[in-house]
Design a binder for this molecule. Structure first.
Ligand code: ZN
Length: 187
């Protein structure tokens, strides 16, 4: 990422606002560029597939559920944050992900310019490709500040997206089982 170019754009953006009574703007372009490079868009410096390390196991394991993974992402249409919780379930075949790895995969995809639908699919695809499980189910619930702060201003509105692969796509009973487990205690 070109931090200088981003800082210059923020300088132009601020001058486009015109006179304001804000103080301490001198360093704002550099602060903003740093925040976007180091945090908000840090996913571009990562390879989600290589984050998802696994260990080999014998087939026949039950589903693995990772609930309540908090995430924050940036809406590609308005450059405003959307944030919420991700729930990821997979039915292993012969590969079991390291405990913290699913959360890190969510983060690696979230810290990019995204739509919630694309983010949900990207997480499901990485889990499917790397772990080659029998099924994957990803659910994202998020508040979009581009909806709550502008436009219709429906402050409580929450968007839910679901992506299913393998048995969770083909077998509704298995999907329902996992969905009810994900709901328990998910508030
Ligand atoms: Zn938006």
């Amino acid at each position: 990422m070109d931090r200088e170019k981003m800082a210059a754009a923020i300088r132009a953006f601020l001058s486009g606002i015109g006179p304001t009574d804000a103080e301490g703007l001198e360093r704002t372009p550099d602060r903003v560029a740093q925040a976007w490079c180091d945090d908000l868009l840090s996913g571009y410096g990562t390879d989600p597939a290589s984050i998802l390390t696994w260990t080999a196991v014998a087939p026949g394991n039950g589903p693995v559920l990772v609930r309540q993974i908090s995430f924050a992402s940036i809406c590609a249409h308005h450059l405003l944050p959307f944030f919420g919780l991700a729930h990821v379930a997979y039915l292993p075949d012969e590969r079991l992900a390291g405990l913290s790895k699913i959360g890190r995969v969510v983060d690696a995809h979230a810290r990019r310019l995204q739509t919630q639908e694309r983010l949900t699919a990207a997480i499901a695809n990485t889990v499917q490709e790397v772990l080659a499980p029998r099924g994957v189910l990803v659910i994202l619930r998020a508040e979009h500040t581009c909806m709550s702060l502008r436009g219709v201003r429906k402050e409580q509105s929450e968007m839910v997206t679901v992506e299913a692969r393998g048995v969770y796509l083909d077998e509704p009973a298995r999907r329902a089982d996992v969905l009810s487990l994900l709901r328990d205690g998910a508030g």
